[in-house]
Design a protein around this ligand. Structure first.
Ligand code: COA
Length: 380
């Protein structure tokens, strides 16, 4: 077989690149399983810490395993003075994803086990990244707004502490629950672009932090993780009017969408490479958004949400993806828009690092072919 006589699969669409036992996306049944468990069931009854251990280890933790992990996570939340100094040296105008990418790289450079790719070392590195990334995200959001940095609290679980570090006040239980749900839904999604990037890097026998750093770069793009920010930019462009009746907001949103589609615009937060009849994660995230809309008393946002969704469905039959309900949920909680994709990073570290370990355990260098379409051979 040569590089010219094979079929080209642009964007690798439809290509099955390897096996994975971590998650199963089934677009026909509109389901997503993590290690066999429906993600909706996990979101309804598990903490994000439990789901992280499930993704890494293949089974849900025992009570003792969970307690040990929670203690370990709490002990590794704080950022080193060196990492803080490096973040401080970055311009406050740079995208927070650049901060996350830099932080992942620095955490690798600081980790004494960086070059050890045994499962034990990779799991330890994954768990330290998991613990530290929320502090990176919150540190950066607060420094960009000229706010004092809030130290982690080791009497709070992961999600409650995340919100504490972001806002400097204890979040209400309903908000913690919605945040926990978003983390679980964002944790893992098979061979998406950033996870595949992590596997490509791992396949060269590079290290876990290099794989995560590269994955963060892939996630930044608006066709992937950056879509949750782009969704909110659309809402902002539409104009969020706190006292507007929901029906009026819906009508405005419909008119906006009709115009956007007539202008052949791609509207972020809709469509998916794998799901063509709706994203399995959306109903659970939409329920979390509904809870936040009730909690903060902002029905006009539901009007905007419904208007865009209904108009897109009527015009093109394209359904929302997870980023569509996630964007306004994070906005209601008080995160600034550029922090939305870093929140996705904090969640997806679990999936990325589970895939790194799976790739190491059954490695084959990932190196596809290309069909050459340049000039025929010629000579000087
Ligand atoms: N808005 C408007 N039209 C869209 C659309 C969107 N969000 N998503 C897909 N379409 C249309 C395309 O314009 C194209 O129409 P055409 O055949 O008339 O040209 C058709 O649907 C197929 O789209 P395509 O981009 O080729 O499909 P894909 O499988 O390569 O793309 C995405 C999947 C996710 C890249 C795409 O749906 C998209 O760009 N969505 C917006 C970004 C986003 O929300 N990303 C997060 C994904 S979880």
């Amino acid at each position: 077989m040569t590089e010219t006589d094979t079929a080209v699969h642009k964007g690798l669409a439809g290509v099955v690149a390897d096996y994975t036992a971590i998650s199963k996306v089934n677009p026909d049944t509109n389901s997503l399983l993590y290690r066999g468990y429906p993600v909706q069931e996990l979101a309804a009854s598990c903490s994000f810490e439990q789901v992280a251990l499930l993704l890494w280890n293949g089974e849900l933790p025992s009570e003792q395993e969970l307690a040990d992990f929670r203690a370990h996570e709490r002990a590794h939340r704080a950022l080193s003075p060196e990492l803080k100094a490096i973040i401080d040296a970055l311009p406050t105008t740079c995208h927070p994803m650049d901060v996350c990418r830099t932080a992942a790289s620095v955490l690798g450079a600081q980790d004494p086990q960086a070059e050890d790719s045994s499962r034990t070392a990779n799991l330890a590195k994954a768990q330290k990244l998991f613990a530290a990334m929320p502090a990176v995200v919150c540190y950066d959001q607060r420094r960009r707004h000229g706010q004092d940095v809030v130290a982690p609290r080791d009497d709070l679980d992961y999600s409650a502490n995340f919100l504490w570090m972001a806002f400097g006040e204890e979040a209400e239980p309903a908000v913690v629950e919605a945040f926990n749900t978003s983390m679980i839904l964002y944790a893992e999604h098979s061979f998406n672009a950033s996870t595949f990037t992590a596997r490509v890097v791992t396949s060269t026998l590079s290290d876990l932090h290099s794989a995560v750093t590269a994955a963060i770069g892939a996630l930044k793009g608006p066709l992937h993780g950056g879509a949750n920010e782009a969704v909110m930019e659309t809402f902002v462009e539409l104009g969020i009017r706190a006292d507007e009746p929901a029906a009026d907001a819906e009508a405005r949103a419909k008119a906006w969408m009709d115009e956007a589609l007539a202008a052949k615009k791609k509207v972020m937060g809709f469509g998916h490479r794998v799901y063509k009849h709706g994203d399995s994660r959306v109903p659970t995230m939409k329920a979390a958004l509904d809870a936040m809309i009730d909690h903060y008393g902002r029905p006009e946002l539901l009007g905007l949400y419904n208007g865009l969704e209904r108009s897109m469905d009527e015009a093109k039959g394209i359904k929302p993806n997870l980023d569509y309900p996630a964007g306004p949920t994070y906005w209601l909680m008080g995160f600034d828009i550029p922090t939305f994709t870093p929140l996705f990073v904090a969640a997806r570290i679990t999936g990325w690092t589970a895939h790194v370990m799976e790739q190491v355990a059954s490695n084959s260098l990932i190196r596809p072919l290309a069909a050459y379409n340049g000039p025929d051979e010629r000579h000087l």
